[in-house]
Design a binder for this molecule. Sequence first.
Ligand SMILES: CC(C)(COP(=O)(O)OP(=O)(O)OC[C@H]1O[C@@H](n2cnc3c(N)ncnc32)[C@H](O)[C@@H]1OP(=O)(O)O)[C@@H](O)C(=O)NCCC(=O)NCCS
Length: 185
Amino acid sequence: MSEIAAHKTLVERCEKLSAQDIVELCDATNDSIIEGGGFGWIEPQGRETLERHFRGVLLVPDRELYIARLDGRVVGSAQLVRPPRNNEAQSVGATLTHVYIAPYGRGHGLARGMVALAEERAYGLGHRVMNLDVRETQETAIHLFESLGYRQWGRHPAYAKVKGQIVAGLYYYKALAAPRRGARA
Ligand SMILES: CC(C)(COP(=O)(O)OP(=O)(O)OC[C@H]1O[C@@H](n2cnc3c(N)ncnc32)[C@H](O)[C@@H]1OP(=O)(O)O)[C@@H](O)C(=O)NCCC(=O)NCCS
């Protein structure tokens, strides 16, 4: 007889990282970089560099960190970037960036949950549009964003350089709607 264990999933906006969280987050980040994406880094980074990055993110006023947990362990993250306060004209939009889940945390709806949570938060902060961009080669991410209602408006033919190859990038936006009551647990 086979037994299917239910996994405990959680996505949250993160204002503080414990020592254990930071270790798990750095591991998840490096494992995602090694597997091929979700972050600007192409090569895995030392713990100190990653820790400095994430601690810095928590200090930046217009940036928010979202983390995903599988059975309590941090397996991925995303960042919500708000326009600077002097850019009143563009305050309509926020940007979602660095969305990734380590290979061992995938397929549990965590990325979908993080995006939904960031959208909800952005709407609550007064933004009405979410922007994001992704390498053309990130097919799973493209499937995810399009299934969540993101519409492609542009393609940059020389968006990134990965392992010596120029890679195109796709630009997306989504009009944010008021969250439905009880839509998320
Ligand atoms: C894209 C990514 C974040 C998805 O993470 P995830 O937590 O596994 O995603 P979810 O479980 O929320 O599933 C989202 C969708 O992706 C699909 N998906 C998951 N793994 C897949 C795979 N290996 N192949 C095809 N589709 C897959 C799921 O089926 C789901 O779609 P569905 O609900 O219509 O079935 C993850 O694959 C990743 O980190 N990729 C590399 C980084 C990246 O491309 N980031 C985006 C740049 S901003």
